[in-house]
Design a protein. Structure first.
Length: 99
């Protein structure tokens, strides 16, 4: 992952509502949730929720999978793991260099 992609990902979760939506989808696992289910669990109004989902999806953190007329939103676990790995990849490097 490059720094631009990482910055977009961290920026996307830089608001409480978007973090709440993402955590809700992470809790749901691979099955994901419909918009109504996310709304029910978070209490975020539908129009605002759509905005947050679009923002998270544009950063690659959420997938919206369409099956007929139904859209299931899922956390993109692969991207989330890459984002976590990016921030931790140089963990303690300065400590190792000073030994």
């Amino acid at each position: 992952m490059d720094i631009v992609t990482a910055t977009q990902g961290f920026s996307a979760i830089g608001s409480e509502p978007r973090m709440e939506v993402l955590q809700t989808l992470v809790k749901a696992g691979e099955d994901g949730l419909l918009v109504g289910e996310i709304q029910q669990r978070t209490g975020i109004p539908a129009s605002t929720l759509a905005h947050h989902l679009k923002f998270l999806a544009s950063a690659g953190l959420v997938r919206a999978d369409k099956n007929g007329r139904t859209i299931t939103n899922r956390a993109n676990f692969e991207h989330l793991q890459a984002l976590a790995a990016f921030i931790l990849e140089e963990c303690c490097a300065d400590m190792e260099a000073s030994k």
